[in-house]
Each structure stands twice: as C-alpha cells, then as structure tokens.
Design a protein around this ligand. Structure first.
Ligand code: ADP
Ligand code: ASP
Ligand code: MG
Length: 470
C-alpha cells in the first residue's frame, strides 16, 4: 500500500515523540508499505512564531524569542541523529539559517510596523520546516533512506495567504514528479505540513491545523491507498473529550460525518481534509501516536450508521453572532443578498445562518477575528437601508458558541430536534438561534459561550453517546 501519514504537533513535540513517530513510519515501511510522512511543527511552535510576528510589529522583538524556538529543535536533532555526524551538521546549519531568517523578518517588522498576511505566512510556516529535517534524520537512523522536503516544492496554491487553496493539477504533477521516484527507491520522504507556495514561489499556509489537509492533498496527488492522521487521541470521538470525559471513539464514520464534525469544531481533523480523500475514495484513518495499537477511527463512504441518528456533538468557540434587524426588513427584497455579497467580498467564512420567519431579523455567525471587519462592510453595503429605516441595527455578539449534533441517520428521522431541545431545556441552556442544513446531517444551535460545554454534555447524555450503538 501507499500510505501518507501525518504526525500532529503533540506527536512531534519532543525528541522522544519524534523518535516514536519515526518508529511508526519505519514499522509501516518494514511491513512492505510505501510511506510518505507529513509533519506538523512541534506543539506550540506555530503559536510562538505568530506571537513573535505580532509582537515585532508592535515594536517588541528580542533574539531570545528565536533562541527559545531554536533550542528544542537543536536538542532533538542531537539526540535523534547520534550516528550520522555529517547529516547532523547539515541539518543544524539549515536550522540556523531558518532561525536567522526569522530574526531578519521580525527585525524588519519592528521597523516597518506592518504585518501583511504574506509576511505572516512566511513566518508562521517555519515550524514545519524546522521539524521535518529532524524527523527525517530520526528515520534515517533506522537504516531507511529519508529526506525532508518542503511542501513549497510540491503544493501549488492560490495567493489567499493564511488560507490558501491548492491548485490540484499543478500540485499533482509536481508531487508525483518529486515523490514517486523517492518512493520507488524505498525512501521515506518527510514533507512539511501546513505550507505551500503560489505559482510565483511565494510561501503560503493552508490555515491553522492545516497539516491534516496537506496529508490528504498529497494522498490524492499520489493516488494513495490510505491517509493516516496520527494525533493524541484514539480517533474521532463522540464529543471533544475535554468537554465530555465519557466521550467514546467512533470506529467508523462516513466522509460526510467527518467533514461536518470537523467543520463544526472537532479540531482533531482540519475541516478541509476530507474532500480530496473523498473525491478519490481514499480511506482516512485517525490514530493515536501515544497508543498505536488502538484501531482509531476509519473514515469511509458509508460509515457505520447509528440507529440513534445523532452520532456526535461538537462546539465552536471564538465565533460571533452578527444580527441585522429592523421591523422594516419585512418584504423588502434583496437585503439578504446585499448582506451576503458584502460578507463574501470580505472573504469571511459564514459558519451558520438563521432567519426568523417574521423576517425581522437575519443573523449569521462568523469567526470572531472577522466580525468587526464584516460588520463595517455590512454597514457600508446596507447604508441606504439603514438610512431609510428598513434596518434598525447591525449588532455583534461575541459571547456565543455554536453547538452541533451530527449524524448521517438524522436524515428523515423524526423527533431528533425535539430531543436536542429537550436536553438543553432540562439543563436550562437558552437557545439563541437554530439552523439545520438541508443535508439534514446536522442541527446547529447558537448558545451562550459559557453554556456551550454544558449544552454538549446534555445532548451527549440525551442520545446516550457514551454507549456503543448497534
Ligand atoms: P494534532 O496536533 O495531532 O493535529 P489537534 O490538537 O489539532 O492534534 O487535534 C486533536 C485534539 O482535538 C484532541 O486532543 C482533542 O482535544 C480535540 N478534539 C476536539 N473534538 C474532538 C473529537 N470529537 N474527537 C477527538 N478529538 C477532538
Ligand atoms: N502547525 C500548524 C498549526 O499549528 C499546522 C498544524 O499543526 O496542522 O496550525
Ligand atoms: Mg491538528
């Protein structure tokens, strides 16, 4: 089989974890598989890089920041490549160059006082580049050839910095050209997750948590047999285990369930991961690098339908509810169209939409980081309606969360919404707005942010998701 396996931040956060990741890749290769590894940055490094850039643009940057990032990488490299001095020296030199570049970019920011999405991508994507040579070195110590490859050489993207989209044809061609000969020679290439480059070679990133997406993009480009996502939990669970301690791993879910869960906040998978795999019917496995013998979750075409309808519950925090309201909105055509055109022009992602049947209120949810920008754009696009009084107000509420109940079998199953509301009522959680996608695989609700965890637990309990389903 050809397997693309991705290791998340916690799976490469220290020399010990990188050694384990290397052993897992090597085991698969020794079992006769062709293996492409995708690595994230060491846990916490991407946050540190972004923090460094944001402080630098405010005039605060000191070299200790880059030293702090450099040191754990240097230590891990020393520990994991004891037998190959040449390789160690070269890798160390490449680490130093990357750190110097970080210093130069951040010093530049302290002078320019402007941080463009393009520069932020150049900085935030460095963590994967620092980690990949170490993991490749650790694999090579097992006697299997391995080299690190920067995904800027493989994944061609548009120039939407911060959430770039791959251009499939170019990406497929480059990836096959570069990786297939290595695989044929029995090598294990270690590719940096999270990053790509525009057609002009400018580095981009695929969005936070995007290394999962890298794995499925490469899996599709290589016509891989399977994509494995190694993380720190035993697969996709019925809820975030931090919210619901009794959450259980689902052994098999469908592509649509996985993508709906990821979209509505199950951080274990980046929400775009599923599409490239789904298009080519490549199974995606989510596995625990801390407990590799656990079978994890398998994402397949049919999943394993649950008789309960609801299979899992998720929540998204750090979102804002934008409400456009006014009694005069009733019967005035085109307000929704104008509003969403304005939102689209801002390239903001709308997570949920709800309109009361009275038409007095149209509300939708966006990421909090985009809310002020979107509201400004709305005020300008709807200026006339505001002046004429059709719209009385456009407001932002930052204190909300989305809670979603997901499952393929919800389709056409009566009584599910009633049960969800009953569960929330019984714990006194107020529902601010609701929405059900036309796919009927999902009921999403807006609740107060402070009540989100309680809401998730109540729905989890009501559908007895802690117990295995038939
Ligand atoms: P990685 O660093 O491996 O990419 P992430 O932190 O991005 O890992 O994702 C794994 C985390 O996702 C888990 O540790 C867990 O806290 C969180 N999570 C949220 N929802 C779920 C869910 N439904 N099932 C499993 N994990 C979840
Ligand atoms: N390192 C990146 C992040 O922290 C990508 C990833 O881990 O998937 O967002
Ligand atoms: Mg992740």
């Amino acid at each position: 089989m050809l397997i693309v396996m991705k290791f998340g931040g916690t799976s490469v956060k220290s020399a010990e974890r990188i050694a384990q990741a290397a052993a897992l890749a090597v085991n698969s290769a020794r079992a006769g598989h062709q293996v492409v590894v995708v690595t994230s940055a060491m846990s916490g490094v991407t946050d540190k890089l972004i923090g460094a850039a944001k402080n630098a643009v405010n005039g605060q940057y000191h070299k200790t920041v880059s030293d702090e990032i450099y040191e754990p990488h240097r230590l891990a490299l020393h520990e994991l490549t004891p037998n190959d001095a040449t390789r160690r020296r070269e890798a160390l030199e490449s680490l130093r160059q990357k750190i110097e570049r970080l210093d130069t970019l951040c010093k530049g920011l302290t002078m320019l006082r402007e941080l463009t999405p393009r520069t932020l991508d150049a900085i935030s994507g460095m963590g994967e580049m620092l980690c990949a040579p170490i993991l490749a070195g650790a694999i090579a110590e097992h006697g299997i050839a391995s080299r690190s490859i920067e995904a800027t050489e493989l994944i061609v993207t548009d120039d939407e910095f911060g959430q770039a989209e791959p251009l499939p044809a170019q990406t497929r061609q480059l990836t096959r050209e570069k990786l297939l000969p290595l695989l044929a020679a029995g090598e294990i290439p270690v590719v940096t997750g999270f990053i790509g480059a525009t057609e002009d070679g400018v580095q981009t990133t695929l969005g936070r948590g995007g290394s999962d997406y890298t794995a499925s993009i490469l899996g599709a480009a290589l016509d891989a047999d399977e994509v494995w996502i190694w993380t720190d939990v035993n697969g996709v669970m019925t809820a975030n285990p931090n919210d619901v301690p009794e959450a259980r791993t689902m052994r098999e879910i469908s592509y649509s369930e996985a993508s709906e869960l990821a979209y509505y906040g199950a951080k274990v998978l980046h929400y775009k991961t599923i599409l490239p795999a789904f298009k080519q019917n490549i199974p995606v496995l989510i596995l625990n690098s801390f407990e590799p013998s656990d079978p994890g979750t398998r994402v397949t075409v049919t999943g394993r339908p649950s008789s309960r309808g609801v299979k899992a519950v998720t929540s998204i925090r750090n979102v804002s509810l934008i409400a456009i309201s006014g009694k005069g909105m009733q019967g005035i055509p085109g307000i929704a169209a104008k509003a969403f055109d304005a939102v689209a022009a801002e390239r903001a992602n709308v997570l949920m939409i709800s309109q009361a049947s009275s038409e007095n209120n149209l509300c939708f949810v966006v990421n909090s980081s985009e809310a002020v920008r979107v509201t400004k754009a709305l005020r300008s696009a709807l200026e006339l309606d505001l002046l004429q009084g059709h719209i009385e107000d456009i407001t932002i509420d930052d204190s909300i969360a989305i809670v979603a109940a997901v499952g393929d079998r919800m389709q056409g199953a009566p009584g599910i919404a009633g049960k969800v509301f009953g569960a929330l009522g019984s714990v006194g959680v107020n529902v601010i707005a609701i929405s059900q996608g036309s796919s009927e695989r999902n009921i999403s609700l807006i609740v107060g942010e402070k009540e989100a965890a309680e809401a998730v637990r109540a729905i989890h309990r009501a559908f007895e998701l802690n117990k295995p389903s038939q």
